[in-house]
Ligand binder design. Structure first.
Ligand SMILES: [Zn+2]
Length: 352
């Protein structure tokens, strides 16, 4: 299709860039599809306007058109390969969307028209809330941004005692290239934004710090308000949820706020009693082993478990595992035989 861009925009050949821009804006508003819903003709006209603007706003294209004439220009273009109109159909799915966003742009452009030098489209490169729609249209409903989830792995100790985490999360942000409009207008008319492909958002890694309070459990979610995806049409940003995953710990097993651990002691400490050192969350604790401690016997250390802020204080429960000597000399074996007579185990026959 070849069109006469001067005719389409209603300007003559002596029109300067400002005249072209002004004419384009005026007509683009008139034929804007949001203003003419379902009107195929208006949509077609709007495309023609974009094409005409594409040619006349680009000095190289304008001069080629002027010297070659319409037919040759469309066949040869400025590079011998023919003229290609702005590729609006490449983003058919987003078409309405793009137009609506462009509507915001137009609105903004008019607001600045008297400002001298303002009213250009380069503001689209800046991020701004898209709360307003095309002039005269009700503004689109503000939408809250997407909620995001990010899993954090914590050691049992960090989860129990509380910790500060710093994570790098890929968060969607309004595309900086197009200012979240999905379209760019640089030089050659209206185009789908090359950076976000018309999606209006791109992801960027973002460093976030959060304090995880003491007593966090596996699967617990921590909300970072407003750290999710960007809102649309002036809506608030979504939230980011940090989901806690607690790693297995070689020393402790946690049940609610209690911690369970195992302590190996020798037969002699078990029989005679003594001291033993056990690992606790914050270091080591010395505990007393009562004489006659059985294998599997337990002691409970009050308050040495998990203590969530404002929650019930847990205990550390130590289970003793009694270890026996296995390499016995003849003399030692004789002594054990002797002991079995001197100190029989209560309730058991010597054959058991
Ligand atoms: Zn973009």
């Amino acid at each position: 299709m070849s069109l006469d861009p001067y005719k389409v925009l209603g300007v003559d050949k002596s029109a300067g860039p400002e005249d072209v821009k002004k004419a384009y804006r005026k007509l683009a508003v008139q034929y804007h599809p949001d203003k003419n819903p379902g009107d195929k003709k208006a949509e077609e006209k709007f495309k023609e306007l974009s094409e005409a603007y594409d040619i006349l706003s680009d000095p190289a294209k304008k001069s080629a058109y002027d010297t070659m004439g319409s037919e040759t220009f469309y066949r040869q273009g400025t590079d011998g390969r023919g003229y290609t109109a702005p590729d609006l159909d490449a983003t058919v799915l987003n078409f309405k969307d793009i137009l609506r966003n462009f509507g915001v742009a137009l609105d903004f452009g008019f607001a600045n028209e008297d400002g001298g030098g303002g009213g250009d489209f380069d503001f689209m490169g800046k991020q701004r809330p898209r709360g307003r729609s095309f002039r005269g249209e009700p503004p689109p409903r503000p939408l809250k941004g997407q909620d995001l989830e990010y899993h954090i792995r914590l050691s049992l100790r960090d989860a129990a005692l509380g910790t500060k985490v710093t994570v790098s999360v890929d968060v969607p942000v309004a595309c900086p290239k197009c200012g979240g409009s999905g379209v760019v207008t640089s030089g050659s008319g209206l185009r789908s934004c090359p950076d976000c492909g018309g999606e209006r958002q791109v992801t960027r890694p973002q460093e976030l710090s959060a304090k995880i309070p003491a007593g966090a459990v596996d699967g617990q979610r921590h909300r970072l308000a407003g750290k999710g995806g960007p809102g649309e049409h002036g809506g608030p940003a979504g939230d980011l949820f940090l989901v806690v995953r607690v790693d297995h710990d070689p020393d402790f097993r946690r049940v609610k706020n209690d911690l369970f651990t195992e302590k190996r002691i020798s037969l002699y400490t078990a029989v005679l009693g003594g001291q033993a050192e056990v690992k606790s969350l914050t270091g080591r604790s010395s505990i007393k082993v009562p004489p006659g401690t059985q294998n599997g016997g337990r002691v409970r250390l009050k308050g040495k478990g998990v203590s969530p802020a404002g929650g019930k204080e847990g205990d550390l429960i130590v289970t003793f595992k009694v270890m026996l000597p296995v390499m016995l000399t003849d003399e030692a074996r004789d002594l054990f035989a002797r002991l079995s007579e001197l100190a029989p185990v209560e309730g058991l026959d010597s054959g058991d």
